[in-house]
Ligand binder design. Structure first.
Ligand SMILES: [Zn+2]
Length: 156
């Protein structure tokens, strides 16, 4: 090997060593970026799990509430059937008609001279008519037409 060849070879070795160093820096940088990305994935996975746990909890509470409402509905429906069976057919028919016309409330308590269906206070003439009516007569609110239910608190 001539001195010239040796010089060229040494130059090439130095150049390859520098290239290796540069590539090692690139590998190091890629590894650091990969590590940062893995940390981000772990963080986001944790957040997804946390949100999913909240969703699961809300779904469980909704289902429990729905089951409670279904049970209440079943009980109320049975109670209504029992009460409806004890009411004269013509009165029940009137009640059901008024109920359909008045947003689901066909009868309202008369409380301290006020119809609790429409919240209006009866005037003196209306009160006198209600006072004069027989205790088993069906009296109606002049304003909303609902059946008025008289109680000791009616203010009569
Ligand atoms: Zn009324």
């Amino acid at each position: 090997m001539s001195p010239k060849d040796l010089e060229n070879l040494q130059h090439e070795v130095a150049s390859l060593a520098k290239r290796q160093g540069d590539l090692e820096d690139v590998v190091l940088e890629v590894m650091e970026r990969r590590e940062a990305a893995q940390e981000r994935v772990a963080e986001l996975t944790g957040r997804v799990e946390s949100v999913q746990a909240k969703v699961d909890d809300a779904v469980a509470r909704r289902d429990a509430a729905t089951a409670g409402l279904d049970a209440e509905t079943a009980t109320a429906t049975k109670e209504r059937e029992l009460v409806a069976a004890s009411i004269p057919a013509d009165l029940l028919k009137l009640y059901d008609k008024l109920r359909a016309q008045s947003g689901g409330v066909g009868a309202a308590r008369l409380y301290q001279r006020r119809c609790e269906g429409c919240r209006l206070e009866l005037n003196i003439t209306e009160l006198n008519e209600v006072r004069a009516a027989a205790t088993d007569a069906v009296v109606r609110c002049e304003n909303c037409r609902r059946i008025l239910v008289r109680t000791p608190e009616s203010g009569l």
